[in-house]
Design a protein around this ligand. Structure first.
Ligand SMILES: [Zn+2]
Length: 1029
């Protein structure tokens, strides 16, 4: 069929085809040069610059000034509105006509008062189609508005993508004109591109690659760029090639459009709202032209934004959701970080997300969708399952720096044993472009060959939004069943997972966490965000508990459901996978901290209102009476600060019943022995409370920490506990994200004294010692070491003034414990990680995350390191280290600069940490007793649980059931137990329910005289609905 003589030079034929479609070379005579036909200038273009992001209706009222193509607009984060008046020449009858618009800013076209299409050069969207075939009857004169955000797809980084934004950048309107678009040239170019890619990617070892080469070459022979009538013959050659089919066993690629939009990252939250609109309206345009096109879209928050700000677009989206093309996925409020949010926060992501999807679109999501986060908690499978989800899609583990994760399709089993079917798209991307390379990578990289024959391929520009293009759809459409390429079908998560489930008998299981061997600086970066998160999680917990108690006690009390929903959603939003990890720009940090302030202010007000409803009984004067609320499910005896006169702090040792309140006047008498603090002649200080005996040197270091009862020393011989150390912290690229293994070789102890240890409080119910150290010329540490009466841990209240660059501050405790594993708290449970560096999987975890505590125990003795706002830990051999502060410079050039306050504590113990109540004490450190003005007639305890293994975590009003409380408990020791939940509240009925609070009548509630009897498997989460009188 080919011309004679057959050319044998692969290289010249290949490059001939490439040059024929090149947009750089030979465009005067090649096919690419014919893509666009005649051009025509706009009738007029005028502009209006706004510092703020204003609505369309407001924008069009403004005074628009003439401007020109080539003008630059800015600065960064401003918006330039353009009014575009155009007239299509009548001579362009039957032509496809585009508004060609090129700018480095992100644009949105508005027509007839509606957003109509996104225009983003970086997302390969530079054309707005005015007509596909110009008719005389169509309007030729049109007025459009273009809203141009003065930022790119990835913000405005100065010099590199993740550098801090350049606040003064200008964005240029490079092109704005009418142009004739030659669709037939586009189609032929796409044929060529696919064939050329097949030639290149199959290489010279596959005969199919040569077939593609000779087809492309013959197409060049047949095709005269100047003569469109020659195109059909060339196209039919290509079609013949693409139509040659595979065998039955070929791998199936499930292509799904996708557009990963970070809810905030290198741009602020407010810009994300517009990114969603720009991306999704473009998706709707593509769906109108391509009825087979399927698009997956996650994050309820983003739908909520579009619903609020672009109601017209939202109803169009709803229409395409009904048609099954626009597919909401994920089931969560945002795509949260997979490591740091608490167990309850994780549940709320699904609760708020699933309820939103159900309310708006009629059904819950069946897949959890989290392509881009920096690790995945081993408790996620159980939480997913409890929220109606048993399928999970992600891909970030392909970023592992050290080890290659061995699966793409597998069962992931959580710490409680719950399995979920998990799929990592083997193409290792959530923003493919529908290219041959994507398809071949999908097959080649699949690590479960022979076990799983279906894979997802997510296509569309992502991270900064953008989404799919017509070209991507055209590429995929050509190779649905082309011999030597995988089969490609436009698909949906449900279709993919159903196929995987149907043929899952050979799939392997991965047990425990999915640890990302990268980005482990995100456990520490932006310490104020971490602190805000922890404190607000605690505050909202306490507001819910107190409000439930008030609800049960007073008929007149109104549970603040709406306000709590609003505050929870702010907290959840900040748990987005570039905000809580601290990998965002300074503007986002400012927004996030402001949201935490809003939660703190409103939450404190709600807490006080609930406490006051609980407190004042009519027969007692409120006056100066002080009451204390304990929101935790065990009795606590602790030292509290009472409101004193002036600056003087009064301390008291109080006992408060579980989930209850007590009057300060009814407090327990000080229990002997109390605390004593003594300075020795050599300047060292002894602190003792009957449980612990600490010796502190002048630099604030623990020379010794004795467990009095067993006379056991905690600190290793010759070592110093509470030793601060500073490391150089220069990663390879991802500054805010990464701390590399080699930082460990740069350790410098912080030992320069500013003020030696001195006694602040010499004893009684509390003893304390303060000192300060110099970290560097600019940074200092001031610390108060506190020992309370009756408290089994020694507490370190720390203030750091931090002005560093690329340094990492940690605190170390070398302890007398030998164990191959350390234990770390995670969501609703804990897990172990090695303390040695035997294998690559072990040493890749040189910096790990944990929540409120980590513990290192040998038989009979152990040490726990507790914290109130930190997440980064490492335990190597016998040294327990807590990560305190980092100082990255990108993408926030001022990350973590300034003053920080945080607390950690060291708790040595006999026996296993479970029996020593480490878990309870870590809760106590984080959930302060709440002191308020009020009078209580008698101490109240609303709930208690008779097993120390079971933690009553959550007490809230049930969603949409005003007469019901939702109670959540979990087994925290890793044991099978039966526990009884007792309550003093009047409970009419009780139901087991799932995490979405759907009653489960299949599990009968077992009531005994003392309460509700519950059985737990290790780390099991249980939820109950209590119908109250
Ligand atoms: Zn992301």
């Amino acid at each position: 069929m080919y011309h004679q003589p057959v050319l044998k030079n692969r290289r010249t034929l290949l490059e001939r085809a490439e040059k024929f479609t090149s947009d750089i070379y030979f465009t005067d005579c090649n096919l690419r040069g014919r893509l666009f036909g005649d051009t025509h200038p706009l009738e007029s273009i005028t502009a209006f610059l706004s510092e703020k992001r204003i609505p369309y209706s407001e924008a069009i009222q403004q005074n628009f000034q003439p401007c020109n193509v080539g003008d630059a607009f800015g600065p960064t984060w401003w918006t330039c509105w353009f009014k575009v008046v155009l007239k299509i020449p009548e001579a362009w009858r039957e032509k496809e006509v585009h508004l060609r618009w090129e700018s480095d800013g992100e644009g949105m076209v508005w027509r007839d008062h509606q957003p109509i299409q996104g225009l983003t050069k970086e997302g390969e969207k530079t054309s707005y189609i005015l007509t596909e075939c110009l008719k005389d009857s169509e309007p030729h004169g049109i007025t459009l508005y273009v809203e141009l955000a003065c930022n790119g797809l990835f913000g405005a980084g100065q010099g590199s993508m993740i550098a801090a934004p350049d606040p003064k950048r200008k964005f240029t309107l490079q092109k704005a004109e009418l142009v004739v678009f030659n669709r037939d040239v586009r189609e032929l170019l796409t044929d060529f591109e696919m064939l050329v890619d097949i030639v290149k990617l199959l290489g010279d070892g596959e005969q199919r690659g040569f077939q593609a080469l000779f087809t492309a070459n013959e197409m060049v022979n047949l095709c005269d760029p100047a003569n469109p009538s020659s195109f059909a013959a060339a196209r039919s050659l290509a079609q013949k090639f693409f139509a040659q089919k595979n065998g039955e066993s070929q791998h199936v690629v499930h292509a799904m459009g996708h557009c990963h939009i970070d809810s905030a990252w290198l741009w602020p939250y407010e810009e994300t709202i517009r990114k969603c609109a720009r991306s999704w309206v473009t998706v709707i345009r593509l769906m109108e032209k391509n009825p087979e096109f399927v698009f997956t879209c996650s994050q309820a928050q983003q739908f909520q934004w579009v619903k609020s700000w672009y109601p017209g677009l939202f109803s169009e989206i709803k229409r395409f959701v009904q048609k099954g093309q626009f597919i909401p996925v994920g089931g969560t409020w945002v795509e949260m970080d997979g490591n740091l949010p608490s167990g309850e926060s994780m549940v709320r992501h699904f609760l708020h997300g699933q309820n939103f999807f159900k309310d708006e679109f009629g059904h819950y999501c069946k897949e959890f969708w989290l392509p881009d986060t920096f690790g995945y908690s081993a408790q996620l499978p159980q939480i997913m399952k409890g929220c109606g989800i048993s399928r999970f899609l992600t891909q970030k583990l392909s970023w592992n720096l050290v080890n290659t994760f061995p699966h793409n399709t597998f069962f992931w089993e959580g710490i409680d044993g719950t399995p979920v079917l998990t799929h990592f798209p083997p193409g290792n991307s959530y923003e493919m472009k529908g290219k041959v390379e994507d398809l071949i990578n999908t097959v080649k990289n699949n690590k479960d060959k022979g076990r799983a024959n279906h894979s997802a391929a997510l296509f569309g520009f992502g991270d900064g939004g953008g989404g799919p293009t017509q070209l991507m759809l055209d590429r995929l459409q050509r190779v649905q069943d082309t011999d030597c390429l995988p089969k490609v079908q436009m698909s949906s998560p449900d279709v993919l997972f159903s196929q995987l489930e149907a043929d899952s008998s050979l799939l392997c299981t991965w047990v425990g966490e999915l640890f990302l061997e990268l980005h482990n600086g995100t456990y520490t970066t932006q310490a104020k965000i971490k602190l805000g998160n922890r404190q607000c999680e605690v505050l909202l917990h306490d507001v819910e508990v107190a409000s439930c108690l008030a609800l049960c006690k007073r008929d007149s009390f109104k549970y603040p459901a709406c306000k709590l929903q609003e505050l929870w959603r702010l907290l959840l939003l900040n748990q987005f996978h570039d905000v809580i990890p601290g990998s965002c720009i300074e503007m986002v940090v400012e927004d996030a901290l402001q949201y935490y302030d809003e939660i703190r202010t409103a939450g404190s007000r709600l807490l006080l209102a609930a406490c006051e409803s609980l407190g004042s009984s009519p027969d007692k004067a409120v006056g100066s009476s002080t009451a204390v609320l304990n929101t935790l499910p065990w009795e606590r005896t602790e030292v509290i600060s009472l409101p004193g006169e002036g600056t003087k702090i009064r301390l008291a040792l109080v006992r408060v019943p579980s989930v209850g309140v007590a009057q300060v006047t009814e407090m327990a008498e000080p229990i002997e022995p109390t605390v004593s603090v003594t300075m020795m002649v050599d300047g060292t200080i002894m602190m003792e409370n009957g449980l612990l005996k600490a010796t502190i040197d002048q630099k604030g270091r623990l020379m010794s920490l004795h467990l009095v009862q067993t006379n056991r020393e905690t600190i290793s011989e010759g070592g110093f506990g509470n030793q601060f150390s500073l490391f150089d912290d220069v990663p390879l690229y991802w500054d805010a994200w990464d701390v590399m293994d080699y930082h460990l070789q740069t350790r410098k102890p912080v030992i320069e004294l500013v003020e030696p240890a001195k006694i602040v409080r010499s004893g009684g119910v509390q003893g304390s010692v303060s000192f300060s150290l110099r970290i560097s010329g600019k940074s200092t540490i001031r610390q108060e070491i506190i020992l309370d009466a009756c408290c089994p841990y020694i507490k370190f209240n720390t203030q750091v003034d931090w002005e560093e660059a690329h340094k990492f501050l940690k605190v170390e405790f070398p302890v007398q414990v030998r164990s191959p594993n350390a234990t770390y708290e995670i969501q609703f449970g804990h897990l172990q990680r090695p303390t040695h560096r035997n294998t690559s999987w072990d040493w890749a975890r040189f910096e790990v995350w944990g929540h409120k505590w980590a513990d290192l125990s040998e038989h009979g003795f152990g040490v726990a390191l507790l914290n109130d706002s930190k997440y980064g830990y490492s335990v190597h051999e016998n040294i327990m280290t807590l990560s305190l502060l980092r100082a990255p410079k990108a993408p926030d050039a001022n990350a973590d600069m300034g003053r920080h306050n945080f607390t950690y504590a060291l708790m040595p113990h006999t026996g296993p940490f479970q029996e020593a109540s480490v878990i309870q004490y870590a809760y106590n450190l984080n959930f302060p007793l709440r002191v308020y003005q009020g009078a209580i007639s008698e101490p109240l305890s609303a709930f208690s649980v008779n097993s120390p293994a079971v933690i009553l975590e959550t007490i809230k009003q049930a969603e949409e059931r005003e007469n019901a409380l939702l109670i959540r408990l979990y087994e925290s020791h890793g044991s099978s137990v039966t526990a009884t939940l007792s309550t003093s509240l009047q409970v009419k009925e009780a139901w087991h329910c799932d995490l979405l609070e759907r009653p489960d009548p299949s599990i009968p509630v077992s009531k005994t005289t003392s309460g509700i009897s519950l059985t737990f498997k290790p780390f099991q989460i249980r939820s109950l609905l209590l119908i109250i009188q």
